[in-house]
Each structure stands twice: as C-alpha cells, then as structure tokens.
Design a protein around this ligand. Sequence first.
Ligand code: NAD
Ligand code: DAO
Ligand code: ZN
Length: 413
Amino acid sequence: MSTITCRAAVMWENGADLVMEDIQVEPPRAGEVRVKILASGVCHTDWSEPRNYPAGFPVILGHEGGGIVESVGEGVTNVEVGDHVIPLYIPECRDCVYCLSQKSNLCGKIRVTQGKGLMPDGTSRFSIEKDGKKVPILHFMGTSTFSEYTVCAAISLAKIPKAAPLEKVCLLGCGITTGYGAVMNTMKVECGSTACVFGLGGVGLAVIMGLKEAGCSKIIGVDLNPAKVPMATEFGMTDFVNPKDLPEGVDTGAAICALIGDYAGAGVDYSFECIGNVKTMRAAFECVHKGWGQSCVIGVGPPGTEISTRPFQVVIGKAWRGTAFGGTRGRTQLPKYVAKYLDGSLKVDEFVTFTLPIDEANKAFHLMHEGKALRSVVVHKHEGDEEVAAHRAAHSGGAGGSGTAKDNAAAAE
Ligand code: NAD
Ligand code: DAO
Ligand code: ZN
C-alpha cells in the first residue's frame, strides 16, 4: 500500500470557501480503512461546525459519504477491499460502555481523537505539499468525505449492499437516518399517535417519513416557507401551520393544540424540532400533550444558546428528549436502511435536489442557504477509474444523470 495523491476540497481557514487541491492520503494503519469516496451529501453541519472548528485548519469536511473500500490496515475484519460502505460520524465499536449498554448509540471509543480532527493514534493521514514542505490536514467528524480518498477507523464504517447507488444512499450517512431514526429508535412512536414536526427541511421530511410508516393519525408540519408544503404533503404531512399566517393573538403552539382537541392540556403525543432554534425548541416542547407528551430536539442550536421553559411544564408530565444520528447504531442498522431503500420502503432519491461535481461544493452551500436544496450531493470525478465508471453506469447512466435529481431541482425552483 502506498500514499495516494488525489483531489479534495480543503477549508484553509475559519469559514473560508473550500479550495480544490491535490492532497496526499497515507495508507491505513492498524484498525483503519482507506475508502474511495464516490459522493457526499452536503449538510448544514459541514457549514456550521467548521465556523471556529476547535481542532483547527486546514481541514477536509464532509460527513454524508458513500464509497468503496480501497485498502485495509492490520487487524481489520469487518470490511474488505471492494466492499461498499457509508462512513459513520458516530462509530459503533460494540465494546465500549455505550455500545454494551444497548441504551445509546453514542459510542465513545474514538470520541476524543475524532474531536481533535485526528485518527485514533493521534495523527492525520492527510497532507499537502506547500513550498516544498508537508503540511498536515485535519480530519473532520471521522469521515472527511469531501476527499476522493479518506481514511476512517474500521468501527466507523457501515458495510452496505452493493446494489445501492452510492450517489444516493450517501445521504443515509446523516440527515435521512437522523430524522427517520428519531421516530423509530429514539421516540419509538406508536401507531395512532399524533405528531408535530417543526422545520420541513431534509431532516423534518425524514421525520415525517418515519411518522407515516409508524401509522400516525395526524402529522402536523410547521415552517415559515410555504414552498415546503407540497413535498411534505407527499411524504405524509396531514396539516400545516405557518407561524407567519396565524391570526393576531394565536401563537404556533395554540394553533397546533387546537388541531388536536378543544380541552385543557390538549397537544400532540410527539413533537420534533428540526430547525436548530431555541425558540422553536420551546414551542415544540410546550405543544405536547399534558400528562404524556414527549418532544425530541434534533436541531443543533447555535453555540452558547440555552433552552428554557417553565418548570411546571415538566411537572405536568411533558418530557424533553434529544437524538444524535437518530439513535442509530450505524454498523448494525444502516445496512437494513439501505435494504429498505432497495425494496422501495424508504425514500432516498426524493431528498436529492441537486447533484454537482465536488468542484462546486461552495455552490452547494449557497443553494443550502437559499433554502433551495433539501440536499445537494457532490460527486468526486475519479477520472479513468473503471470501478467507479462501472458503478455509475449501473445506476442511471452516471452520477447526476438520474431523472429524480433533475426533477427535484426543477420542483425546487
Ligand atoms: P434545513 O435548513 O434544510 O431545514 C430547516 C427548515 O426549517 C427549513 O425548511 C426552514 O424554512 C425552516 N425554518 C427555519 N426557521 C424556522 C422557524 N423559526 N419556524 C419554522 N420553520 C423554520 O435543515 P436540515 O438539514 O433539515 O437540518 C435541520 C436541523 O437538524 C439543523 O439544525 C441540523 O444541524 C440538525 N441536524 C441534527 C442532527 C442530529 O444528529 N441531531 C443530524 C443532522 C442534522
Ligand atoms: O458522543 O458526546 C458525543 C457526541 C457524539 C456526536 C453527536 C453529533 C450529533 C449531532 C451532529 C449534527 C449533525 C451531523
Ligand atoms: Zn462503542
């Protein structure tokens, strides 16, 4: 195994645009795997997290990737060369106190080094030649999928069926799995429940997909943007509340509770906050049913912010919960989610609004901020690579050539 030179989108300093560079990727060490990444979804966290990224710069972002194992380090047994994989920003070691508890997916095995942008042995596999010197580049979230090749801990890879198009199922590496998993794993929503979803972006739609599958009797969506309504309705939303359109004196919570019943304490059985705003977190919490309602925080609030409510809201039996990656144990559950996608029972293609070459990763961020993209997928070129060409030929004649992505983009205009 030798060092590979390949293309990657690099963030050189805090908040700067990404720059395409030729970088070096060292071979995997013990317990590590080098992965050829074909595509990566572009998520909010790729934008927000590197603002003041504590680990430093330069860094290679990206955490919603799909790829093929290129080489494995000593002692790796869970994947082999040629396997198709989704990198996991929450690993699954099956050995730490969290994994063994079966109560949480927050595997702690490599948390400290991952937070520092390093591999578990405390070093980086990425570097770049600048002025004749080798400059190390940091990893991000243990995944760094904005590089043609990345190195991950073996416990951070979910092996998935080869029949799935990597340019689509890469999205199961974060947003879709988070929303769907929040319903199925974290909240375990029962058939016949009522629910409310704040924020109808990619995560919110994935929540709605889960709520519909769970058999909810009412699924209320809340968003400031009416353009989100048609797709949310297609996914299973039954009622919509736009806070901007409410009559004077009626707040969002009151409007939601009124859709459930005209009695004291009426509210939804479950609510989900998929925005990342502490005000909507409070509204989502307070609109759940007295006595048993539960609210799940999914959105990541800005650093330094706090949530609040009157303590009596808790005294009367409302519960505040939260979820990371939808409570999903990646290595165990992602292969099953991909199988559900393949048998048509889990939507993924519908989330892809734009497919762009990796060189246009900055444009993908702009589309995200303009509210035009549920998800953009950026695709690595891998010029002359027959394995990649064969995979793309088997799926819609090439990355970005699928009718679904184009149709979704047209619908988003
Ligand atoms: P998105 O921007 O695509 O969607 C957010 C939606 O909220 C948009 O439709 C927007 O119009 C709406 N919105 C914004 N402000 C609003 C307000 N005040 N009231 C009502 N609607 C409002 O974002 P996304 O990709 O769906 O992600 C949602 C959140 O989930 C983000 O905070 C993201 O960081 C977080 N997230 C968390 C996890 C996790 O593991 N917990 C994983 C992935 C994403
Ligand atoms: O174990 O303490 C821990 C942290 C695990 C990582 C949780 C990440 C949750 C949210 C990330 C936002 C979307 C990618
Ligand atoms: Zn673990």
